[in-house]
Design a binder for this molecule. Sequence first.
Ligand code: PMP
Length: 443
Amino acid sequence: REKNREGYVPLYDNFEKFYLWYVYRRVRDCWNRPITSVPGAMVTVKERVTPDYGWTFVFTGREIPSLNLGSYNYLGFAESHSKCADDSIDTLHKYGWATCSSRHELGTNNLHVELEQLTARFLGVEAAITFGMGFATNSLNLPTLVSDGCLVMSDEKNHASLILGLRLSGALIRVFKHNNMKHLEKLLREAIVNGQPKTGKPWEKILIVVEGVYSMEGSIVKLPEVIALKKMYKAYLYVDEAHSIGALGPHGRGVVDYWGCDPQDIDVFMGTFTKSFGSAGGYIAGSKELIDHIRVHSHAACYASSMSPPVAQQIITSMKIIMGEDGTNEGINRIRQLKHNTRYFRKRLHQMGVIIYGNEDSPVVPLLVYLFSKIGGVVRGLAARKIATVGVGFPATPLMEGRIRFCLSAAHTKEQLDYALEQIDDIANELGLKYSQKPRCPR
Ligand code: PMP
């Protein structure tokens, strides 16, 4: 790399900078729009426009109350006036915002212990450990489980936090086609027959890493098949349940609950509290030995400050509601409502003739627009009709598979979904997003 006049290699690659500027310049008003309310069924979004030239963007000053189809508020626990919020406010008064310490020092309080026991009980495993950030739960714990000499089988659509953790681990990573069990088995067989590269020695450990619900695809892992392969090839299984915990299964207990599998068949459960629980942080759950190992070896457990107490309280209260331990049916009703909303919304989109990905029970609903240039058209069109959505393009998706991602919530009413569907239909006609239409240039 060329050095600059001061003798430094530039920190940023100019080509990358140019590329991102070129691609995103015309659509940057579609992202980073600050919200000024709770991300509930409705959300207030600050309007932002992109002038045709120049780097800057402009806030118009308008705050637009919009229907929220963009936040991961699956069970509707992102509320500011609720039992969860009241409990968290009480906790704030009792414990303050922060522990100002890591878990091994003075950072463990009784809420962390309660939350970990509750999480283990919810998942039907022996133990759990919690962390202040979901992303770090993956990226900093995977390196404690696998290292040089180990083999990892990773789904091609795995989240960036999993990829980062696996790269940090030093293990050899083999990527199998998304949810493709034949390909997974082929790679497993090849790797076992050949052994470790260069030496040919057997692998120390083999770890299969998958997600419950894939956040850009809306697909659900084929868990029974993955478990069968894991047993056949004596591998371990790590499941990231960020989008499935709370949202899938008759009791909200994630993919295991959805498929009716035995939780003991999963070696490492990982999940985040940022979605169904309307809070922050993540967890690892499994056997007592696993959690003891992570507690002692993980950088996230040893060197990071512990979860904020009001945040922990929000999770405890919402988890108890999901489990029905508050003595009401509210939890089960929310889970049923989410499933109902999901199936309804997906069915109507199918009838409309647009292209969507994913399983009928997945609350993540990607609407394919393919061309990058259409992402802006749809996001802006919906924003003008007071619907907040998320457009996703390269590098989060393949270059020619741009999409709009809708996230459903138990908090959405039928009227709200009907309104959204009507508007989506309009925009789909305008931009040529239906099967029946010829591809058309965006506005
Ligand atoms: N895993 C998956 C599958 C995710 O989609 C995300 C983020 N949405 C994370 C981990 C990181 O979690 P968090 O946003 O809670 O840090």
